[in-house]
Design a protein around this ligand. Structure first.
Ligand code: 3HC
Length: 298
């Protein structure tokens, strides 16, 4: 089966990024805002970021226009009825995702593939609420989606070979490098990356180093593009804590539970870049470590 039209449910960072990748590769995209609110907000954000790329000479104006022309923005889930593939990228809440899969089965064609961009939740749990379970799979993109080549194709318990093959071909068509992974909490990347970020936070709490020194050490000593605190802020601390909770829930090993400092930052609404403050304070230029965390919390 070839995939030419893609429905994306959720217009957050990942939903918009996935939409860009697909539209840029010539796919027709229907982007659905999943929560109530003005559709012009995500649309404006999306167009604004493409405009900025054009202004900075990173993108041809013609490509921007093609991308925009290939995407229909809507707040109506029913608009994905004719899509060959629908990818959900809504909040990391299994009950919300299960209810969405249930509704999508009623909306989509019987041969459409239903994918989830979940970071750590069970694809099989979402599949379980569906009648046609063979066409459900994980399709996990990485942030920023237009830049990161990896897509984890997640094999749920009853995902068919035909679905996996179609997704593999689709990923290649949109310029991504897919890997196949079994449905285990966190798949490959987040299962390794989440404990790494949690360990860095515990290192900060022990006073081993500061936010800046730990980040700098991992960049210059391990050759990473960002240190663990910059990365956590970039991903979003609400997402990092959800990943930690989901992995902990699965394995029940204490070192996977969210550290104290992460819990406190999320309680305060300091979610990283998107709120202007997390481990770093982005209102300062250049960003500095959150003053509340300069002295180790424990
Ligand atoms: N959209 C499109 N392009 C972008 C972009 C975006 N949001 N952000 C950066 N870029 C492009 C830039 O235009 C630039 O392109 P060019 O090389 O053609 O000029 C290139 O990416 C590099 O960007 P910058 O020079 O502005 O900045 P950096 O060199 O610092 O790179 C970064 C930024 C790509 C974010 C880099 O720091 C990086 O790779 N960081 C690690 C990101 C990472 O690990 N992501 C995975 C997180 S885990 C995840 O997503 C899973 C989820 O389930 C939680």
């Amino acid at each position: 089966m070839s995939i030419n039209t893609v429905g994306i449910i959720g217009s957050g960072t990942m939903g918009l990024g996935i939409a860009q990748v697909c539209a840029q590769a010539g796919k027709k995209v229907v982007l659905v805002k999943a929560t109530p609110g003005d559709i012009e907000r995500p649309r404006g954000k999306f167009v604004g970021s493409l405009d900025k790329a054009v202004e900075r000479g990173k993108m041809e104006a013609a490509l921007r226009d093609t991308i925009i022309a290939n995407i229909t923005f809507t707040d109506q889930e029913e608009a994905v009825a004719d899509c060959d593939l629908v990818v959900e990228s809504v909040i990391e809440d299994i009950e919300i995702k299960k209810a969405l899969f249930n509704r999508l089965e009623g909306i989509c064609r019987a041969d459409a593939i239903l994918g989830t961009n979940t970071s750590t939740l069970s694809v099989t749990a979402m599949m379980a609420v569906c009648q046609h379970r063979d066409r459900v799979a994980g399709l996990h993109f990485f942030n920023p989606a237009p830049v990161m080549s990896l897509v984890e194709i997640v094999h749920g318990f009853e995902t068919s070979d035909a679905t996996l093959k179609a997704l593999n071909a689709f990923c290649k068509e949109i310029g991504k490098a897919p890997v196949l992974v079994q449905d285990t909490t966190g798949f490959i990347v987040n299962r390794l990356l989440t404990p790494y970020m949690l360990n860095a936070i515990r290192m900060l709490e022990r006073g081993t180093g500061t936010i800046e020194t730990i980040d700098q050490a991992m960049m210059t000593g391990a050759g990473l593009p960002m240190g663990p605190f910059a990365l956590a802020d970039y991903i979003g601390l609400d997402v990092v804590i959800a990943m930690s909770q989901n992995i902990y829930e699965d394995v029940r090993e204490g070192h996977h539970a969210p550290p104290h400092t992460l819990v406190r930052l999320v309680q305060l609404g300091y979610l990283g870049r998107k709120t202007g403050k997390g481990f770093y304070d982005y209102s300062a230029k250049p960003p500095v470590g959150n003053p509340a965390l300069v002295h180790p919390v424990i």
